[in-house]
Design a protein. Sequence first.
Length: 97
Amino acid sequence: METTVDVLLHARRKDLEAVAEKLSIEIETCNLSDQEIPIRSGHCNVAGQDRIYLDKNLSLSQQIETLLEILEKFDLESIYVAAWIREQLEQNRNNTR
């Protein structure tokens, strides 16, 4: 049975996926621990297409944090972004100063 926290985390992940979609960024969740070469979750550009690879073994909280870290590098001013995402990105910027 999902807890309220689980429901909130899933909703937040969906919000971040929506932002990525508006930016034409494809998100792929896969098992990155099975690779011969160590690979971490992150952003890359393959044949002109922005992609985010997320390790499915990360907790939902870690996946959300990874998506936030990646998406903050993009220009989000011209698209709708949920208020909680803008607040979190601003907080992250203030914490790194």
